[in-house]
Design a protein around this ligand. Structure first.
Ligand code: 13P
Ligand code: SF4
Length: 321
């Protein structure tokens, strides 16, 4: 049975054989733009109009002239697009595409935490729900977190939520103490330091690059740390030929496409599993993308008072980056 939540196609209707062509036609009919995160499966990246990190995607969402935004990413990203575009339809191929990091910061517990530190400015990583954004003073992404924290007066105490790993990394980079909410991403905490070192020994000329959502044990082996876009740009500009990539391996599709002569090796997870692939991002498929555009569901909706409260800290981020 077809439901908006899981977007299984109706049993009576088969998807077209050429999904790429069908999606292009629907895009024109709907005046839609497809925004995709680098962690989406390669087919989705190949059909997207724009592929980017969380900052790039929110900047695109803020400025797109399209009438419909089809968001190939996770819920908080599509919700951010809706916060920025109340008059546009924002579609997400699978409503179950959540985020362990956003889930690790429930609104009621965070409200209590915030109330216990009334003198603190709240900076929240964009990987959080609209409720958390509404309780925040400024939003940041992995691309601009250091830059934003550096703009806050030194005497101002800061709560940083929800990612403890990004928070710790920002503290190291800025020399600022911050009160960290203890949330984390299941994907970026899955990498094994022991296996990473073994992989480095097997590939002694490879450069380790990592996303700041990784734990310190992984980050200390990295020659370069940055958001997904920053990691891609680093690989393209570097004279090095081989890279061990400590983030979700979806990004390797773009790395390999844009630098086919270079070697990109995914950092190994703890167990012999695919746990370095984000289970939420990977809920979206090309077929679900087609059905979303064909049927116009699932659509992201948000109560206006909540949208307005969440908009203010996002606008501050866009102005500060
Ligand atoms: P960026 O897109 O900011 O690199 O963050 C990665 C991530 O985990 C998104 O969920
Ligand atoms: Fe959330 Fe981590 Fe998946 Fe990004 S990779 S969407 S932070 S669970």
């Amino acid at each position: 049975m077809f439901t908006a939540a899981n977007l299984l196609p109706p049993t009576t209707q088969l998807p077209p054989t050429d999904l790429f062509a069908a999606i292009q036609i629907l895009k024109r009919e709907l005046n839609a733009v497809i925004l995709a995160h680098y962690y989406q499966e390669p087919d989705i990246q190949d059909v997207a109009d724009y592929i980017g990190d969380s900052l790039g995607l929110s900047q695109q969402a803020a400025t797109t002239p399209a009438a419909v935004i089809v968001f190939a990413g996770v819920h908080f990203m599509a919700e951010t697009a809706k916060i920025l575009n109340p008059g546009k339809r924002v579609l997400l191929p699978d409503l179950n595409a959540g985020c362990s990091l956003a889930d690790s910061c429930p609104a009621d517990a965070f409200a209590t935490f915030k109330a216990a530190h009334p003198d603190h400015l709240v900076i929240s990583y964009i990987n959080c729900t609209a409720e958390i954004k509404a309780m925040s003073d400024i939003i940041c992404t992995s691309a601009n977190a250091v830059k934003i924290v550096r703009q806050i007066p030194l005497a101002q105490p800061i709560i940083f939520a929800p990612d403890r790993n990004l928070g710790r990394y920002v503290m190291q980079q800025t020399g600022r103490e911050m009160l960290l909410w203890q949330g984390s991403c299941v994907v970026h905490e899955t990498f094994s330091e022991k296996k990473l070192v073994q992989l480095q020994m097997a590939h002694p000329t490879a450069t380790v690059i990592a996303h700041p959502e990784c734990e310190t044990a992984i980050l200390r082996h990295a020659s370069y740390i940055g958001s997904t876009t920053a990691l891609l740009q680093y690989c393209l500009q570097s004279s090095q030929q081989s890279f061990i990539v400590a983030t979700e391996p979806g990004i390797i599709h773009q790395m390999q496409k844009q630098a086919p002569h270079k070697q990109f090796i995914p950092a190994p997870p703890l167990n012999n599993c695919n746990c370095n692939e984000c289970p939420f991002m990977r809920l979206n498929t090309l077929e679900k993308l087609y059905w979303t555009m064909k049927l116009g569901i699932p659509e992201i909706t948000l109560a206006e008072p909540m949208r307005l409260a969440a908009l203010r800290p996002i606008q501050r981020m866009l102005a500060m980056s």
